[in-house]
Structure formats: C-alpha cells, structure tokens
Design a protein around this ligand. Structure first.
Ligand code: NAP
Length: 245
C-alpha cells in the first residue's frame, strides 16, 4: 500500500483512535484532532498518530486551515456526538449544534482537503455516520437528522468526484463500545437505577450479534476503504452493526 498523509478528526478516543492506529500501523502519516490536549498527548504517547492538534471541529475555520495545510490524501471525518432529548425539548439551536458538530465539520474538512486530492489524482474521504444515518431512533432527532445529512453529503459528493481518483464513503456503525456509549449507560443507571450490566445489556441486545461493535471492527473497514483496492467503492454507506439493519 502506498503511504499517504491522513487526517482523522476525533482521533484521540473511541472509533477515531482505532482508525488512526490502524492507518499508522499501515504506514500512513497520521494527524489527529480533538478538543482536549491531554487525550491527544495520551494517544500520541501510545503511537496512535504522528501528530495531533487541539481544536473544536465545530470551528470550521480552524479545522479548514489545518486540513488545507496538511497535504492530506486520506480524510476520516469521525468527530461527532449525540444529544438526547424528546423532540419537543430540542430547539433549533440544539439542531444547529448537532449539524455543526456532525455535518458542517465534515464539509469544512472535506472542502479544504479536496483540491489537493484532485490535484494528486488520489483521495479517500471516509465519513463516520451511524445506523442513525439510515434509520430512526427516538429521543435523538437532531442526531438522526444530522447523520442522515452526512449520508446525503457522502452520496452527492461521491458522484461529483468519481472520475478524479477520489472516493467518498460512509461507515454506519451500530452501538459501539466507546466512551459515547459508556456515557449513555451511565445516564440510564442514574435515571432508572438499573445496574451497569443491565444498561450495557440494553444496547448489546439491540443487535442480533448480541454484543457491542468493537472500535477496531470499524477501523478495519476504514482501512480497507482507504486502500487502493477499494478504488471502485464510492458513495456507499457500509453498515457495521451486527445485523441490526
Ligand atoms: P467518543 O468515544 O466519545 O470519542 C469522540 C472523539 O472525538 C474523541 O477523540 C473526542 O475528543 C473527539 N471529539 C468530540 N467532539 C469533538 C469536537 N467538537 N471537536 C474535536 N474533537 C471532538 O466517540 P465515538 O463513540 O468513538 O464516536 C465517534 C463517531 O462515531 C461519532 O461521529 C459518532 O457519532 C459515531 N458513532 C458512534 C457510535 C457508538 O455507538 N459509539 C455508533 C455510531 C456512530 P475530545 O473529547 O478531547 O474532543
């Protein structure tokens, strides 16, 4: 596999960290982005990436400046997150926050990286969407809407750049064993008094597989999409969810 410069947003923990580590192991020169310097430094100390920048991906100007300057041929738009509330208590400001975090960040990074990819005749954009980009879940309407938008961005852009050596795909994980699910487990324990094992079992039980997806399993798919062998795969949304969909 040729070696490339890679940018992984949200690469200090969870799915992004597993992807960054897999790309690094494959010989790519990886930069990660996250908000907190200490989690970035911990990931760098573990050899997950070559360098790391502390910034909030919702700040499109800062993310765009980094993405433009790095010569990245591999871009993994992974940073994202969910907020939980009934629709009636999810105001437009909450929708905008979800879109800024999950969609506009991917737009800013991709627009900044794309001219270089096209010039080099090679590029891979991997958007980490979710099963929530393909089906509904209650009490997370803003997240579901934002992830559907990220899937739409993937499908539309893939067609625009299909003849330029650039592929654009989405990965749609189901419930994955990361801090994001751990926070939801803690919320259920606090609100319902259920044990942690019961709360984790609730998420694991959503899939025919009967367990949470492992971050490394998402990373395997990202690594494959970034390879030259996946040149004919574009505009796809690959579900990694133990049979949930
Ligand atoms: P996670 O364990 O909470 O890790 C999130 C990573 O993103 C961390 O490195 C975090 O570092 C960084 N991050 C979060 N907000 C950021 C921001 N505003 N700016 C820059 N960095 C930010 O999350 P995860 O579960 O791995 O989720 C990663 C992606 O997968 C998300 O897009 C999520 O929607 C998607 N996903 C997750 C699941 C799941 O069940 N876990 C399922 C489907 C899809 P800092 O906190 O230091 O910023």
């Amino acid at each position: 596999m040729s070696q490339h410069r890679a940018l992984v947003t949200g690469g200090s923990r969870g799915i992004g960290r597993a992807i960054a580590a897999a790309l690094t192991r494959a010989g790519h020169e990886v930069t990660i982005v996250a908000r907190r310097r200490e989690t970035i430094d911990a990931a760098l100390a573990d050899g997950v990436a070559r360098r790391g920048e502390a910034l909030d991906v919702a700040d499109g100007d800062a993310l765009g400046a980094l993405a433009r300057s790095g010569g990245f041929s591999l871009l993994v738009n992974n940073a994202g997150g969910a907020s939980t509330a009934p629709f009636g208590k999810t105001d437009t400001a909450a929708f905008r926050r979800m879109f800024a975090l999950n969609v506009e960040s991917a737009v800013a990074a991709t627009q900044a990286c794309l001219p270089g990819m096209v010039e080099r005749g090679f590029g891979r954009v991997v958007n980490i969407a979710s099963t929530a980009g393909l089906k509904g879940y209650s009490y997370v309407t803003a997240y579901v809407a934002a992830k559907h938008a990220l899937v739409g961005l993937t499908r539309g852009l893939a067609l625009e750049v299909a003849r330029k050596g650039v592929t654009v795909n989405a990965l749609c994980p189901g419930y994955t064993d990361t801090d994001l699910v751990a926070e939801s487990v803690a919320g259920i324990v606090a609100k319902t008094g259920r044990s942690e094992a019961e709360a984790r079992g609730h998420f694991a039980g959503q899939t025919p597989l009967g367990r949470l997806v492992r971050p490394e399993e998402v990373a395997e798919a990202a690594l494959w999409l970034c390879g030259e062998g996946a040149a004919s795969v574009t505009g796809q949304c690959i579900v990694i969810a133990g049979g949930e969909l």
